[in-house]
Ligand binder design. Sequence first.
Ligand code: ATP
Length: 282
Amino acid sequence: MLTVKNLNKTYTDGTHALKNITLTFPTGMVGLLGPNGAGKSTLMRTLACLQPPDSGTVLFDGIDIVAHPNALRSQLGYLPQSFGVYPHLSCRQLLKHIASLKKVDKNKVDAQISSLLSLTNLTAVANKAVTQFSGGMRQRFGIAQALLGNPKLIILDEPTAGLDPLERQRLHSLLVKISKQTLVLLSTHIVEDIENLCGHAAIIMHGEIVDSGEIPNLIAPLQGKIWESSLQPPCGMLVSESYHFGKDVWRVYHHEAPCSEAISRDATLEDRYFYELNKEQY
Ligand SMILES: Nc1ncnc2c1ncn2[C@@H]1O[C@H](COP(=O)(O)OP(=O)(O)OP(=O)(O)O)[C@@H](O)[C@H]1O
């Protein structure tokens, strides 16, 4: 379990990126949702012990990771939003190097690397330099390195960015399997992925937690109040305007049908997320 209490971070230019963040995440797959600049990466970097908060506490399985970052590092797998520069090493060599930094048992490292290469579909290119990888291959390499050493806490910032649909599906299956015994914290802009994969989620906006908890509980306040129409409804709060087969799909939040042709729909996590975003302008 991960428990965050009153976490604050202000950058040197005065940006207050995390404002008194308090949350609890259970073991399993949990999602972090928020618009650009909301503070997701700042929170994830802080939880990955890559930058200290100004104040607040973070406990992972009872370990105070702000006070004792090294105690977490051996149990942590982290996929950042983007990697910096890669040394000119093959995929396998680079994984070996990272495994030694993570202090993975030398007797088990080769078997583990082979298994991760297979899981991330990189076996055929294991001897190719990572610098020559395509964007999707680099992303899969990033996932493989995050899983080295069987970490207990896995933090993934936009893990499916650049993956084709098949690889995205493979990654989802892998994460679901891993999260049976591990806490996997997933940040993505694909709200549907969080709704499909996670039991628990938090919504962050302007550095503050808007709500967090089990996903059915996050959606519950909207149930019975979401209406869909192909014409712009004359009343109600617009949740989203999207398209299906090129035709308009308007979703609004209203206590009753906003027009005669509106159809009642089950609320989704995306409705809750857009509701929070649009509420500010309503
Ligand atoms: N090193 C930094 N110095 C100053 N401000 C920063 C720094 N890093 C992030 N910020 C600011 O902190 C806020 C939160 O940024 P952060 O990258 O955590 O958001 P995010 O939710 O991950 O956004 P995105 O979805 O666009 O990646 C933003 O206003 C951003 O400009």
